[in-house]
Design a protein around this ligand. Sequence first.
Ligand code: NAD
Length: 234
Amino acid sequence: MTLQEIVSQSKNIVFFGGAGVSTESGIPDFRSKDGLYRLKYDVPPETILSADYFFSHTEEFYRFYKDKMLPLGAMPNAAHLRLAEWEKAGKLSAVVTQNIDGLHQKAGSRRVYELHGSVHRNRCLACGKKFSAEAIARSEGVPRCACGGLIKPNVVLYGEPLEDETVQGALAAISSCDTLIVAGTSLTVYPAAGFVEYFRGSRLVLINRDQTALDKKCDLVIHGSVGKAFAELT
Ligand code: NAD
């Protein structure tokens, strides 16, 4: 079956995506050949993006974060836009994403489970005041609240747990859909990658440039670009 045929026959699609969904919007992923993990840093990005590092080396954390994780001008691509259309048409019940860039919402999607949080939500750790991603980008050095408190992005850093409510919503969506489309993820970041195991429906689709551990369990595997696969759908 083709992706087009599977989509036409599905009544309740859930999309599970990763950083590869946004590379065609100009945001680098972590593990591709152009990904952030291939760049040379004194400290590996996995360390910089950990909770321990955030609190112990806040200035260095923010230097990397503002430089690499805040692509505020990025626009949704064909995949984000098509998924939002499917939701409006009642064909898709949820997007579950590991991404923190907010591009699904920018494209018009409403039910988005952001497993790793979002750069668009930030708050003062002392008084709880909320800040936009733009305010973080504009700040000099370490962003601080008027009360003097440290501002932290609501992004799940390595060593931090996922938000319970988001996990419950994502698992309920995945375990009740008829078609799960997994795309643009290396499926190596846990616990998120394990969520696809909750799928109980009849059609499992994978779209990814590189092979993944899930390929052999799928009804359809497309080794190619996510944006192109969605742009080709009518
Ligand atoms: P990853 O970097 O581990 O893997 C990305 C996968 O997508 C790779 O297998 C790659 O081959 C594939 N890919 C890249 N571009 C593609 C394209 N255009 N079409 C098809 N496949 C493509 O990403 P991951 O599995 O999501 O895990 C990394 C973690 O990093 C996640 O937790 C995520 O939150 C975070 N992250 C998020 C962003 C973002 O918000 N846009 C960007 C970088 C990293």
